[in-house]
Design a protein around this ligand. Structure first.
Ligand code: GLC
Length: 512
């Protein structure tokens, strides 16, 4: 598995990356157009959020045909061409697999609704709902008039959960995974994979008793330990990571412990200010305590932008973006970059609910309105947390719609696109893209210096990360601090260096 380490994986949210038809949706040809851009950054794998046929109630995480590319994004031929074009440039395609549930428009569910002998049992039915709740709020059970029973759906009601205890379901899914492997897909991101072993009657949802067994079967019947696989497994511990990440399971898993530091009592809608002590502890735990291949991730399509959550995305935006990639980019494992992160894109900051598109955001909005919270307060929460913060179109240049589309984008572009865009960043002498490029190039060349054990310290506003060959000072505040200086500087995010001084949001890496 070690040959799957030290990789850079770039996540594309296809709907918002690049539109070549004027439809307002990004498409696969748009991705092909930008392959050289990704190659230049130093990307090894391109992870695409789901592109299969879908009614898009959850932006493609509700799949109605696993073997058909959604026509909004292009054709199966386009997808295969993307695989080939990426390959030509030495990059691989990582597909997003949604195996926990389908769309209610999937033929399996349609047949289940008709009580088809085979497909009825592809889903989970009960006469009465229990207390299980949906990740998107409310009960996890929806009544079907047609069937006269409730079906389980841990997400939206249009996303019925598959019954993994049915062997036929599992085999159908494995066949589908192999179909894409044959087409040339070389990696998989497994959506909410830790839910497949659920036992609804016992109220067990994540990492149920059969989870590891199913994972092993999936591995053996499909990708084995040859392809790079990453599971979405919120809050998994180090012990759980060893259990799922091994040659019989996955290469790695997203645990999101860093992001969860911003949640109060596990509630992502209730935000805590940054706590550098806890952040250091978390770095220490995983960097020194986990010997598997860690998935280092700051951003994705479900998270508000880390730069907006933790740092200063206005006056010190460039410094902040560089600070984060310096710290996270010098950790061992595989580095995941989410589209737009490499130019310091920020949260969307939409201030009226009609601008948002995400089903989870709407559910939360409704819930808070019902609770009687004032509109202003609700919008403040949504501005901070909504998944749409990361889902707005990629900002390519300062032309209309940020160069994303010539049509009306499915969701508005950020108003700041004239200031923040690829073209401008790449034309400036202190661009974020170039900085990312240099961190990535360093990782590739000097991974041995990254793999050494690290110590993390904080005084409350600054973090120090020390490895055998270098030391990083990162200032998370707008206060000036004093630091010891050394001669050889590996990275820094201000135009010139000031001896013994760490300015607001400054980061500096000295060779020891
Ligand atoms: C994962 C996806 C998210 C989706 C959910 C249901 O968490 O990342 O976007 O809504 O699964 O499929």
């Amino acid at each position: 598995m070690r040959d799957l380490e030290n990789k850079v994986i770039y996540q594309i949210y296809p709907k918002s990356f690049k539109d070549t038809t004027g439809s307002g949706y990004g498409d696969i040809n748009g991705i092909i157009e930008k392959l050289d851009y990704l190659k230049e950054l130093g990307v090894d794998y391109i992870w695409l959020s789901p592109c299969c046929k879908s009614p898009q109630h959850d932006n493609g995480y509700d799949i109605s045909d696993y073997r058909q590319i959604d026509e909004r994004f292009g054709t199966n031929e386009d997808y295969e061409r993307l695989i080939q074009e990426a390959k030509k440039r030495g990059m691989k395609i990582m597909m997003d697999l949604v195996l926990n549930h389908t769309s209610n428009e999937h033929i399996w569910f349609q047949k289940a609704l008709k009580k088809d002998e085979k497909y009825y049992d592809y889903y989970i039915w009960r006469d009465e709902p229990n207390e299980l709740t949906s990740m998107f709020g409310g009960s996890a059970w929806t009544y079907s008039e047609e069937v006269g029973k409730y079906y389980l759906r841990l997400f939206d009601e249009t996303q019925p959960d598959l019954n993994w205890s049915n062997e036929e379901v599992r085999n159908d899914l494995y066949d589908m995974v192999n179909y894409w492997i044959e087409k040339g897909v070389e990696g998989f991101r497994l959506d909410v994979i830790d839910l497949i072993g659920k036992e609804p009657d016992k109220l067990i949802v994540g990492k149920g008793p059969k989870f590891y067994e199913y994972l092993k079967e999936l591995n053996h019947k499909t990708f084995s330990d040859k392809l790079l696989t990453v599971g979405e497994c919120w809050c998994s511990s180090i012990e759980e990571s060893y259990k799922m990440c091994n040659p019989d399971g996955l290469t790695q898993a997203f645990h999101f412990h860093y992001q969860c530091l911003a949640h109060i009592n596990g509630d992502k809608w209730n935000r805590a200010p940054i706590n550098l002590e806890a952040l250091c502890q978390c770095f220490d735990q995983w960097e020194n305590g986990y010997t598997g291949i860690e998935a280092i991730v700051m951003n994705n399509h479900d998270l508000p932008r880390m730069i907006s959550v933790w740092l200063n995305d206005k006056e010190y935006r460039k410094e902040s973006a560089k600070l984060l990639i310096t710290l996270f980019g010098l950790l061992k494992g595989n580095l995941y970059i989410y589209q737009g992160e490499e130019i310091g894109m920020t949260n969307a900051y939409f201030n009226t609910i009609d601008k948002y598109k995400d089903v989870e955001t709407f559910n939360k909005y409704k819930e808070l309105v019902e609770k009687g919270l004032p509109e202003e307060e609700i919008m403040e929460i949504i501005q901070k947390v909504s998944r749409d913060n990361a889902r707005i179109p990629m900002q390519w240049d300062d032309s209309d719609n940020a160069g994303f589309s010539t049509g009306k984008p499915w969701i508005d572009v950020n108003e700041n696109y004239r200031e923040i865009n690829v073209k401008k960043d790449r034309n400036s002498s202190d661009g974020i893209f170039d900085y990312y490029k240099s961190i990535i190039a360093y990782r590739k060349k000097h991974y041995d210096t990254i793999e050494t054990t690290a110590t993390f310290r904080t005084d409350g506003t600054m973090i120090t990360m020390e490895k055998e060959h270098f030391i990083v000072y990162a200032n998370f505040s707008d206060k000036v601090a004093e630091i010891p200086s050394k001669e050889k500087v590996l990275f820094h995010n201000y135009k010139e260096i000031r001896e013994n001084t760490l300015r607001p949001y400054e980061v500096i890496v000295f060779e020891k």
